[in-house]
Ligand binder design. Structure first.
Ligand code: MG
Length: 451
């Protein structure tokens, strides 16, 4: 039996197998016991969304919570609704970028942030103990009338960008929502920003017929071709629940998320000097750009909720992950695809074209490896690697990061699998690969020593 439900992004599983109605209903009851009050619910476009939402909703009402159904909306639109309305929290039914047979249940705290681990543990403990309070018939919750959460969310985004500057630029773009939740928001948002959008996969369809819902280069061939064939200022691709946006420049070049994170960081720091927060695994190009603009970088463990909470703690000017999950503190402390797209449009309208902005971001090469490593060996191996680093500068924020003249290597145990990841960044591919190989050999030697 599972002793832990929540992973790094809520509870996930294959529908009607480990993600089934019984789990969803009992988890709904546990969430209701924990939140005890009004709860907002939403789904992405997955075909199982309605089934799981109904089950969670039944559990919530059995625990005495009233439920507000927002329908299909981006995860950040639910988060915005929760923060700006008198509710105790939210539940999002989504598996983000996973294949369509998966679905998941993710909790949103009353302040609109992703629920911190300590609170998830409390919900887990209510779930596993089945310690549901007895309530008589008069104490059950009800379903409140449906609410449009998209319009206030989109209005908030418009209030944080210079709509006139965007309109005056007269841009056209290609937008790909991967048939996901972004379809319910992004096309209209772009329209109200005066941007002409050629839309691809912007009809909500839960089997993701256009392409898998992770915006990787191999899934965005159509978007890239259309950008090349038209005079689009950029291509914008969102993941399945629209908390991440990835960009293609006007020449049709796919930009990995470290580039957009760097570009938006640059202008955030230029506007208002301060701290930018990102996980230790992010490319040094982000730090270079932030320092160049007179800002400071602060590294955290990997995970968007951790980045968001650190941003609140240090009053950061900006933050995010290099998978396209950017966090705008003026808006809300969570990743937000529509806000990211609107900000990038403003930046390109003012300072573009996008291909030129990318040229100002330093280029690093990355080497990624993973090695099987039993959970019981992870800490010992890390300690042994750490003890062999001599005078090199190390950082133990998450795993072990070792700094070199031309880059760094991060050795990080996976939190969910028996795997040790080794990421090496360097000024050339050769140096990244060489270091990757050296550390892989070291970890393998240490693993065989322990046997
Ligand atoms: Mg997502």
């Amino acid at each position: 039996m599972r002793d832990r439900l929540f992973g790094t992004n809520g509870v996930r599983g294959v529908v009607n197998e480990d993600m089934n109605v019984q789990l969803a209903m009992n988890l709904g009851r546990a969430i209701g016991e924990f939140m005890s009050g009004k709860v907002a619910l939403a789904t992405d476009t997955r075909t199982s969304g309605q089934m799981l939402k109904s089950a969670v909703s039944c559990g919530l009402m059995a625990s005495g919570s009233d439920v507000i159904d927002l329908g299909i909306v981006p995860t950040p639109a639910l988060q915005y609704f929760v923060r700006t309305n008198p509710v105790k929290g939210g539940v999002m039914i989504t598996a983000s970028h996973n294949p369509p047979e998966f679905n998941g249940i993710k909790c949103v705290d009353a302040d609109g942030t992703e629920m911190p681990r300590e609170k998830e543990e409390q919900i887990e403990s209510i779930y596993f103990q089945g310690s549901f309070k007895h309530r008589d018939w008069s104490a059950v919750g009800c379903q409140l009338p449906p609410v449009n959460a998209i319009e206030p969310y989109a209005a908030a985004i418009r209030s944080l960008v210079d709509v006139e500057v965007i309109k005056e630029a007269g841009m056209s773009v290609v937008l790909d929502c991967a048939n996901g939740a972004g379809s319910t928001c992004a096309p209209d948002l772009l329209d109200t920003l005066g941007v002409r959008a050629v839309t691809l996969n912007c009809n909500p369809q839960g089997k993701f017929p256009g392409h898998p819902s992770e915006p990787t280069p191999d899934h965005l061939g159509d978007l890239i071709s259309l950008v090349r064939e038209t005079d689009a200022a950029m291509g914008i691709a969102q993941d399945g629940d629209a908390d991440r946006s990835i960009f293609v420049d006007e020449e049709g070049t796919y930009l990995f998320g470290d580039k957009s994170l760097s570009i938006v960081s640059r202008f955030a720091v230029r506007e208002k000097k301060g701290i930018v927060v990102t996980p230790v695994s992010s490319s040094s190009c982000v730090e270079d750009v932030v320092r160049e603009e007179g800002g400071e970088i602060l590294y955290t463990k990997v995970g968007a909720p951790i980045v968001a909470r650190k941003m609140i703690e240090v009053d950061a000017v900006f933050g995010g992950e290099e998978n396209g999950g950017l966090i705008f503190p003026q808006h809300q402390y969570c990743r937000d695809a529509a806000m990211t797209a609107a900000k990038m449009l403003e930046i390109v309208a003012r300072y573009g074209p996008l291909s030129e902005l990318v040229k100002d971001v330093p280029v690093y090469s990355l080497d990624k490896r993973k090695i099987r490593c039993p959970d019981s060996e992870k800490q010992r191996v890390l300690n042994e690697v750490a003890s062999r680093q001599g005078d090199l500068k190390v950082d133990t924020t998450d795993g072990l990061k070792v700094y070199f003249d031309d880059g760094w290597t991060l050795i990080r145990p996976s939190g969910t699998e028996p795997i040790m990841r080794i990421y090496s960044e360097g000024k050339s591919q050769q140096s990244a690969n060489d270091r990757g190989e050296r550390y892989e050999n070291l970890v393998r030697d240490l693993l065989s020593d322990g046997q």
